[in-house]
Design a protein around this ligand. Structure first.
Ligand code: ZN
Length: 134
């Protein structure tokens, strides 16, 4: 598998509106927009950092994955996303290596990227996302 870069760091927050000013006014990043990803029950907000992004994640539903994360762990880094050249090949390779996956097939994430999550049990507790952008 060829990882090209860290695509984004996903940070779970209670409210994007409330947390946005820390990333803009204090950290000096620019806000590049937000998007609701219905399937993951999440509102995402993007703050580019070089070739990567900080991505804030606010749950849009009490039964979404980010809501569950907040309940268990509170606000903080929820996942790290790596950009790969070929997501299908990467998933095949991981499967062949016996790595447990949440997504066996890529699905569509924010910005139209094809994404897939590895199971945190297979990664020593880190939720890892792979993504492929055209
Ligand atoms: Zn992500």
């Amino acid at each position: 598998m060829k990882i090209l870069k860290i695509d984004h760091i996903g940070i779970a927050v209670g409210s994007v509106d409330e947390r946005k000013s820390f990333w803009t006014d204090i950290m000096g990043l620019s806000f590049a927009g937000s998007e609701t990803v219905q399937e993951q029950k999440v509102l995402t907000a993007f703050f580019p950092v070089g070739e990567s992004e900080v991505e804030l994640l606010e749950s849009t539903s009490p039964d979404g994955p980010v809501a569950k994360y907040l309940e268990k762990k509170g606000e903080g880094i929820q996942h790290i996303a790596f950009c790969v050249e070929d997501i299908e090949a990467a998933l095949e390779e991981l499967k062949a290596k016996g790595v447990k996956l949440i997504d066996e097939k890529p699905r569509i994430g924010a910005g139209g990227a094809r994404i897939a999550f590895l199971h945190p049990k297979a990664t020593n507790g880190i939720l890892i996302e792979l993504c492929e952008r055209k």
